[in-house]
Design a protein around this ligand. Structure first.
Ligand SMILES: *Cc1c(COP(=O)(O)O)cnc(C)c1O
Length: 464
């Protein structure tokens, strides 16, 4: 019997997950190996050691199903976890839909998004191995502020390369990072070879996530071991840490005596969506369910819907290892859309594989439709969503409206990955009618594909 009364489902601190779930051993086929950027041979743990602490490298390649969450990490999580799961009753009424809509709210973390779930774990493992300083990149500042906060908790210095256009247009997340004690640079900078080479060609370059990654990676790689690097999405260990979201949501759906037909997330690098869906994917595979999974992305940066599934660099300059993923090309220069966290050229290899296997569907949305849904959501649920999260809301709306048309009781669950309190300038632009809908041309992807590294995958598979 579906619960007719509750608005939110809360778990006790003691019900917080004790382990992260690693989907790698349960994937329908193995992940493609990660390759060295120069030799194109599979990388081993030693190749990654200049960038990451060994504990995270081992998690990156782990085939253990469950990895225990260290007690100090759980103690920090307990500050805001378990996060609430809401039934969007007023929204259901507003949409006049027979669908039941639930959302998991990650905006309750101190920085207002899901990102601290991995930032705290990453800084903890670095600190355990004696690391005193971490370099990273950030787009609109969500990731930088999460890592800065975690750095403050564990006494690790944090240096952030922030995409220049956001550094100037979104100054408050920069102040936030500084409040937590981090150092913030507007990228491209003249502090790295990568930054200098881009500025030499294009002095007015306003930066991109790919360029900022190149700078942060170079910082760590050339530090003689004193600085490590940290990434807030895409990698297996990041998705692993985010699975606390879905494990809690499974328990909360049980409290509601309900189960989702479709689980939705917005997808930039894929981490918040993966965090919510991966435990539900495990249930689908183990129990033969037919739960659907839907990734919502911007039409301006359509990695899954228009990108190619192939080997590419994670950064612009070509310093990171090569990973097989959906990509728009490592030299993708994002159009200036207002969902900063969704402007990355690639997609997590695990999410890419799930999409390729037909387990995860993807749909792209225009930004005016996104903000229309965001505003309607705010007016019925009260929470002002991050523009990134609003992509998931738009997808949930469309599912609810389709259910209405079909006269179906559909159960919809989405991840509300963060609040939009630092994004009100984007809302202003929407209210003033200044947002342009932009469809990234498929020809650009084809042209970018020419510039991607050529890997002989058949030879790799049969290789030594
Ligand atoms: C960074 C961010 C995203 C996008 O990153 P994913 O790795 O795809 O989750 C989505 N929502 C919010 C609120 C973010 O800060």
């Amino acid at each position: 019997m579906v619960d007719k009364l509750h608005t939110k489902y809360v778990l006790d601190e003691s019900q917080m997950p004790r382990a992260w779930y690693n989907i790698v051993p349960d994937l329908p086929r193995p992940l493609a190996p990660v390759l060295h950027p120069a030799t194109h041979k599979p990388v081993g743990p030693d190749d990654l050691a200049p960038l990451f602490p060994m504990a995270l490298i081992l998690q990156e390649v782990s085939t253990e199903r469950y990895i225990e969450i260290p007690e100090p990490v759980r103690r920090v999580y307990a500050q805001w976890r378990p996060s609430p799961l809401f039934r969007a009753r007023r929204l259901e009424q507003a949409l006049d839909t027979p669908a039941r809509i639930y959302y998991k709210y990650e905006g309750v973390s101190p920085v207002g998004s899901h990102k601290p779930n991995t930032a705290v774990a990453q800084v903890f493992y670095n600190r355990e191995e004696g690391v005193r300083k971490i370099a990273t990149e950030t787009g609109a500042g969500q990731w930088g502020s999460s890592l800065a906060m975690a750095g403050a908790f564990f006494g690790v210095e944090v240096e952030v390369f922030m995409v220049k256009v956001s550094y100037h247009q979104k100054p408050f997340r920069r102040s936030m990072m500084q409040a937590y004690g981090a150092t913030v640079h507007a990228s491209p900078t003249d502090l790295t070879q990568a930054g200098r080479s881009i500025l030499a060609r294009d002095p007015d370059n306003m930066g991109s996530l790919g360029i900022a990654i190149s700078e942060a990676v170079e910082r760590a790689a050339t530090s003689g071991g004193t600085i490590k690097y940290s990434l807030g999405s895409v990698l297996n260990h990041v998705l692993l840490h985010q699975t606390v979201v879905g494990e809690e949501a499974l328990l909360q759906m049980a409290l509601a005596d309900d189960y989702p037909d479709v689980v939705i997330g917005c997808a930039g690098g894929g981490s918040n969506m993966a965090g919510l869906i991966i435990p539900f994917v495990r249930e689908r595979l183990a129990r033969g369910l037919n739960t659907r999974f839907l990734a919502a992305e911007p039409t301006a940066c359509p990695s899954m819907t228009k990108g190619v599934y192939t080997y590419d660099f994670g950064d612009t300059v070509g310093m990171t290892p090569l990973v097989k993923m959906h990509t728009l090309g490592h030299d993708f220069m994002p159009p200036g859309i207002h969902a900063g966290g969704l402007r990355y050229h690639g997609m997590a290899p695990i999410m890419s594989l799930l999409h390729e296997e037909g387990i995860v569907e993807a749909q792209a949305y225009h930004q005016n439709a996104i903000f229309e849904a965001a505003v309607e959501f705010a007016r019925s649920e009260g929470i002002i969503p991050a523009p990134e999260s609003a992509h998931a809301i738009r997808a949930a709306f469309d599912e609810a409206l389709q259910a209405k048309e079909a006269g179906q009781e559909r159960v919809i669950l989405f991840n509300l990955s963060g609040h939009g309190h630092f994004d009100m300038a984007s809302y202003d632009a929407y209210f003033e009618g200044k947002l342009e809908d932009y469809e990234y041309p498929v020809e650009e992807v084809r042209a970018a594909q020419e510039r991607m590294p050529k890997i002989d995958e058949a030879a790799l598979a049969g290789g030594d």
